[in-house]
Write a protein that binds this ligand. Sequence first.
Ligand code: OGA
Ligand code: MN
Length: 300
Amino acid sequence: MPALLSPDAPPRASSQQHFELRRFDAPVGAEVIGLDIAKPIDDAAFARLHRAHLDHHVLVFRDQRITPAQHIAFSRRFGPLDIHVLHQFHLGDHPEILIVSNIKKDNGEPLGLGDAGAYWHSDISYKPEPSLGSLLHAQELPGEGGDTLFADQHLAWEALAPALQQRVLGLKAEHSYLAKYEALRAKNPWRPALSQAQIDKVAPAVHPVVRTHPETGRKALFVSEHFTTRILGLPQDEGDALLAELCANSVKSEFVYRHRWAPHDLVFWDNRSLMHLAAGTPDALRRKLYRTTVRGDAPF
Ligand code: OGA
Ligand code: MN
């Protein structure tokens, strides 16, 4: 006869979740099959997820029926969460969630950040401590379009000619949220004007052009056309030309996984290893996702 469990015994083995990983036929990404984020995830399962995230850079969890609170709680296991500067697009009582959506409310105001990621970037690279990774959960998807692309910046670094690698190793670049904000606002007038308090929160940051992943030790390019404004120590035109060359290399198709969203997908990517891009949604179609952003370390 098995011994009776005392009331404070740990959960029995049968409550543990088993899951599989299936790599995509792409340079990055894997699907996590059989895991329900709404249910408890023990430390051993979490450790496997953590390892898989480092190995594949993008993890896709299909059909996750999670509440915002569960989305936040799962995200927090990877680190502290960033609160996005555009408080206008926080989800109600959950400032940890940024609404990414092209939907307009009945009064005409935007429900969320409609042009989030309409350019290649790494989330919050404009902060001194950019993001470790972001978790995007599908709420409402368009019948066509709305894909998200991910480009492996380790591969992008490794593909550079040795002479170019030598030239950029050790360079630093400035990243700015504000530099292109007004240009975005001119294109998309629904973007709110920033208050002085918001402006103060997003002072430019300086990061190495080539960063070392703090957990795997792999090098990755860390510049983007949108947020990176200049390379320190170079004349602006020379820096611009170098940035353009690096950015053109960064997003070659052989480094890219294209995610086609399915209902209730949760996608968790590594902002230290990847850049990503919202491929675009036809204006007439509605799209809404919730994003949490895990803060990371200062790049080195
Ligand atoms: C983001 C982002 C891309 C997308 O939420 O950080 O860049 O496809 N989104 O919505
Ligand atoms: Mn983004």
